[in-house]
Design a protein around this ligand. Structure first.
Ligand SMILES: [Zn+2]
Length: 111
């Protein structure tokens, strides 16, 4: 852990840290993730959870912003695939709405 690091990072699993996804996973799979005390970041550091944020406006580490941008785009594609699956518990409408949310986040991380 780098005590002198002033940056706010994203969790490596930034998509899972997003509240909307947390809720989606909880309702879909019955999973509820607790916030850990330290996390691995998108840029490969180990930092206190308090030094990370899922909000694009708060993240100052450039490598983490790029990581989050890629992850949210990738997850948006996954969601659309999930919505198209026959018998999926996630309806196409809901999947498309969630995918839009993640494309929006990706764009904000890129900005
Ligand atoms: Zn970082």
């Amino acid at each position: 852990m780098d005590e002198g690091d002033p940056h706010i990072h994203v969790e490596r699993r930034v998509v899972r840290a997003d509240a909307a996804v947390r809720n989606l996973l909880a309702s879909t799979f019955g999973l509820v993730a607790d916030a850990p005390s330290t996390v691995t970041t998108g840029c490969g550091r180990r930092v206190p959870y308090a030094m990370t944020s899922p909000r694009p406006e708060s993240v100052t580490c450039l490598a983490c912003r790029e990581h989050a941008h890629r992850e949210h785009l990738r997850f948006a594609d996954e969601l659309e695939g999930l919505g198209r699956m026959a018998g999926s518990v996630v309806t196409p409408d809901r999947a498309a709405e969630a995918a839009r949310h993640h494309r929006d986040l990706a764009a904000r991380f890129a900005g």
